[in-house]
Design a binder for this molecule. Structure first.
Ligand code: GRF
Length: 199
């Protein structure tokens, strides 16, 4: 299967996918990395012909940017679109075109803490557990069907930074587990949680 990755930042989740492919533990191919941040480190993780980026400020509207992005993504004929640290809301023109094959990794136990600053909010709310979720992307932010969660404990001395690091450590294996289901054809959007063991 062909995977297109959308990323705005560092790209450690993308790297986890690339490493698994290189190690032969994920039978897939990254066919493009797409960013709304031309300086994103994520872009540097793949060869130049696989990179696409554009600055949304150079577009007259969100729809115009999304249309260009959607066209570029469609051009690489992806089976799956993975949002991995993609920090821009995708409009319905994009989401509807790739619905059912676009997934996102989000650093909270959805439906808790949609949006930004999830680690600080989890600490502030006095949560004892936190984690990451992989879910299908729908036009409503971080609201699509959850595929799988990974849970970590929140410790008494945690800061948003220490908690973010702990969550990132479980994000990568979580994402790979879900990507393996996807490439095995065992992932379909049906609004319910998919058990990672396949049961
Ligand atoms: C991850 O925590 C992801 O869940 C969130 O942004 C971070 C991206 O990290 N949406 P990276 O760019 O994959 O290193």
């Amino acid at each position: 299967p062909r995977i297109a990755v959308l990323a705005s930042g560092r790209g450690s989740n993308l790297q986890a996918v690339l490493d698994a492919i290189a190690a032969g533990t994920l039978a897939a191919e990254v066919v493009g990395v797409f960013s709304d941040k031309p300086a994103a480190a994520a872009l540097q993780r793949v060869a130049q012909p696989l990179r696409w980026s554009a600055n949304p400020k150079n577009y007259p509207s969100r729809e115009a940017f999304d249309a260009d992005l959607a066209q570029a993504v469609a051009a690489v004929r992806p089976d799956w679109i993975l949002c991995a640290g993609y920090l821009r809301i995708l409009g319905s023109a994009f989401v509807d075109r790739f619905r059912g094959r676009t997934i996102n990794i989000h650093p909270s136990l959805l439906p808790k803490f949609r949006g930004l600053h999830t680690h600080a909010r989890a600490i502030e709310e006095g949560e004892r557990e936190h984690g990451a979720s992989v879910h299908f992307v729908i036009p409503e932010l971080d609201a699509g069907g959850v595929i799988a969660h990974a849970v970590v404990a929140i410790d008494a001395g945690d800061t948003p930074e220490s908690l973010a690091a702990r969550v990132l450590g479980v994000e990568h294996p979580l994402l790979l587990a879900v990507m393996r289901l996807a490439v095995d054809g065992r992932l379909a959007e049906h609004g319910a949680t998919v058990a990672l063991d396949g049961h």
